[in-house]
Write a protein of this length. Structure first.
Length: 74
């Protein structure tokens, strides 16, 4: 059975739509396969380099990484 992430990515998803209109446009920008991105959201397996790249592309300060990648689901 696949493990689900304990993290809440709703703020990340909202920012993606705000900046790119939809997730597809964003995924094309970061040059990641759609299934890979979906699995990373589902499992919470972004690495440090990916987090920094995503924050930069979304114009989010690195100091706010916790809000986008490490908020625990309630």
């Amino acid at each position: 059975m696949e493990e689900e992430s304990i993290f809440d990515y709703s703020k990340l998803k909202s920012r993606i739509v705000e900046k790119f209109g939809n997730q597809k446009n964003f995924i094309e920008k970061i040059k990641m396969a759609t299934p890979t991105f979906i699995q990373k959201i589902k499992r919470g397996t972004f690495n440090q380099e990916e987090i920094i790249e995503i924050l930069n592309i979304l114009d989010v300060p690195i100091s706010e990484a916790h809000d986008y990648f490490f908020s625990i689901k309630s």
